[in-house]
Design a protein around this ligand. Sequence first.
Ligand code: HEM
Length: 208
Amino acid sequence: MTDRATQRLRNGTRTWHQALESTEFAAAMLAGTLPLDRYVGQLAAYRVVLEALEAELARATCPSVASVWSPDLAKLPFLERDLRHFLALGAVLRPCPAATEFADEIRHSGATELLGYLYVLEGSTLGALFLLRYVTEAYRLTDGNGTSYYGSGDRARWAALTERLDRALGEPAVQDRVLAAAERAYRHVALISAELSVGLGSPAPEPV
Ligand code: HEM
């Protein structure tokens, strides 16, 4: 009997997940020292990525994607709401080339590969749910303002998604392609995180 697709995805990307849990960006977020503009920068970067991914998933006509994607998985509205909140407070959004690169890859991918990206990005909201209290406290956010995306993780929705992925991705050769796409998604997220970490933890400049 072959392994379930999501079991393979979990095992095959475990090292990537561990690496992302221990980035400078994650450490600063957990310590409550991540500057607000980096948190907002991450939301803006994910907006670029999810705008591409959700549009491609909605457009795809292949049966495996159609059997997995459903509009209740869309995260873009949460990001839009959070970004509107921070923009109203005067936040300035800077471009994130690593996010644009990921979005370009998504737009040029095969339909099945989209499911690998979806696995990683939906799964990341489980981590975000764990991080929710840290960002709420660090930026003194109230009434869910600025935390819609981080608060959007949902274990029941995740369980339903993994069940649909397992049903759609029975073929080992197809699983291989989706796993490779999931690894690429992690790599892109790591590059986004590195871009958002520039200057973090560096010593204050010497006075001249
Ligand atoms: C400090 C950063 C992170 C922490 C603390 C964290 C934590 C977690 C936790 C606790 C879970 C399991 C939740 C559950 O089973 O209920 C999880 C799952 C997951 N996370 Fe993260 N995460 C982090 C960053 C990320 C990032 C950046 C990504 C990718 C963009 C990611 C992708 C995933 C995926 C795909 C799963 C589902 C794994 C599976 O069960 O197949 N995580 N994370």
